[in-house]
Ligand binder design. Structure first.
Ligand SMILES: *Cc1c(COP(=O)(O)O)cnc(C)c1O
Length: 482
């Protein structure tokens, strides 16, 4: 393969040519060595402190780290209460559990998010109902949310996608009008501010993730629930601990008051996260400067739409999503999906690690198309539950965004990513100098959108397995089997 390339590749191709055509990549490998999370001597000491204490879990009497993190995070966010849990998905599920969302009730979720935003309601036997997003903020469109409200709706899960706070005031009005809870999925938005208040203090209850990839990372998995409501907090504490009430000054009683889980956070994760929290604002400010400069430069190139941050809020820049408009870049005869697909390959060859964030709108994922759930189609088939079709065509903005954009993740989180982002600018500029090559490749591509490929693959699987492709018949069949 290498030999064949050398034979067919003309020698004239130098660094001027696109890397995908044999030119030198625009981004030097050495520039890309920016790791996240950053682990400092203080972080190591924090972990060692726990190992030496012998107190490893939140229910060990006198364990200080988990409660310490809860206190510090509540103060940071500006709420009365915080519950530390095992991960962000558990944080969302326990937040819904604390609100007593009932089996078969509906939770409105954006059509584009990480899948956990929609799995967490299901885990609580609630039914996710998807609402389309706004094509420029990528957050849920409040009008789409209100259209999805039914007599079964109990809560709205507002995701601050990529770190930009959602339209919380509008969502509040909708929640108020229809007597719904407003829950924040703030897994991507640590430290973001909306109209003077922090993400995590903008709804009835909020969920954060401390996964190692997030803006406030731990050395593994973790999650935080914040609320101003003491009763909700108390219930979240029971839910994470087998339904047991743990008092710091009393022996454990081993009696469960309610149906609980084991979603505790370990003391090591808590100590590491506390150490990171001390640097969160410093990193946030450095990142904000790096990212704003980078986006301003990229926005000079025709046909690239960079994310914007409205003046009434701040952006945590967890993920950078770039939308492409082939009409402005190279002509109106290029399909946006094909253009994005070619840019994906061309930019990666240049050393820019762009990726698609969400290959499909959430409702197009198999778990929602087939609705197997806990078996027999639960919770979708619970008595009184409404039938859900999850027709992907009902989410045109989600489809257009996924088809026509690419994201940058993780490396730009590092406060010293400024020089790397400048290399990325050089790479984009180079690619845009060859935009006719990109356009020609896109025109020649036999492109099928990801959601159509997924649909075809599912139908083919169903055909070979001899089972129906529709969710309701699948559920009926499972019921029949017992
Ligand atoms: C990461 C993430 C979650 C889940 O958090 P985990 O800690 O990975 O369970 C939920 N929602 C969103 C938007 C996320 O980005």
């Amino acid at each position: 393969m290498g030999l064949a390339c050398e034979v067919t590749m003309p020698k004239v191709l130098g660094s001027g040519a696109l890397a995908i055509d044999g030119g030198a990549p625009a981004v030097p490998k050495a520039a890309s060595r920016v790791a996240w999370p950053i682990v400092t001597p203080e972080d190591r000491e924090a972990v060692l402190r726990v190992l030496e204490s012998g107190k490893f879990t939140s229910n060990t009497m006198g364990e200080p780290e988990v409660a310490g993190l809860e206190r510090e995070w509540a103060a940071y966010v500006g709420v009365a209460h915080c519950t530390a849990v095992a991960n962000g998905t558990a944080a969302i599920a326990l937040a819904l559990g604390a609100l007593r969302v009932l089996p078969g009730e509906e939770v409105i979720v954006p059509a584009v998010s990480f899948v956990a935003s929609a799995l967490a309601p299901l885990q609580q036997l609630a039914i996710p109902v998807f609402a389309d997003i706004d094509g420029s903020t990528f957050n849920v469109d409040p009008r789409a949310v209100e259209e999805r409200v039914t007599r079964r709706t109990r809560a709205i899960l507002a995701v601050h996608l990529h770190g930009l706070p959602a339209e919380m005031d509008e969502l509040h009005s909708i929640a108020h009008r229809h007597d719904l809870f407003l829950v924040e999925d703030a897994a991507q938005a640590h430290g973001a501010v909306y109209r003077g208040r922090n993400a995590g203090a903008l709804g009835d209850v909020a969920a954060f993730s401390l996964n190692a990839t997030k803006n406030l990372p731990t050395c593994g998995e973790g999650g935080l629930i914040t609320t101003g409501d003491g009763a909700l907090h108390e219930r979240a504490m029971l839910l994470r601990q087998f339904g047991e009430r743990i008092r710091d000054d009393e022996r454990r009683t081993y009696t469960s008051e309610i149906l609980g889980f084991n979603h505790k956070m370990s003391a090591i994760q808590a100590a590491f996260a506390r150490s990171q929290l001390a640097r969160l604002d410093g990193y946030r400010d450095a990142r904000d400067a790096n990212v704003r400069r980078f986006l301003a430069q990229l926005s000079e190139l025709p046909g690239i739409h960079v994310p914007e941050c409205p003046p009434d809020r701040t952006h945590a820049w967890h993920i950078l999503r770039l939308r492409f408009d082939p009409t402005d870049a190279c002509g109106d005869d290029v399909d946006p999906g094909a253009f994005r697909e070619v840019l994906h390959r061309v930019l990666r060859a240049e050393g820019v690690p762009v990726s698609q964030y969400q290959l499909l709108p959430l409702p197009a994922q198999r778990v929602f198309q087939e609705q197997e759930g806990y078996g027999s189609g639960r919770p979708w088939t619970l008595p009184g539950a409404r039938t859900q079709q999850y027709d992907v065509h009902e989410f045109p903005n989600a489809l257009a965004v996924i088809e026509g954009s690419l994201t940058l993740q993780k490396r730009h989180l590092h406060p010293d990513a400024g020089p790397l982002l400048q290399w990325y600018v050089a790479a984009f500029t180079k690619v845009w100098e060859h935009i006719e090559v990109v356009a020609a490749r896109a025109r020649a591509l036999r492109y099928v959108p990801g959601w159509q490929r997924a649909q075809r693959a599912r139908r083919a699987d169903c055909a070979t397995e001899g089972r129906p492709a529709s969710a309701r018949t699948a559920a009926a069949r499972t019921d029949h089997r017992g």
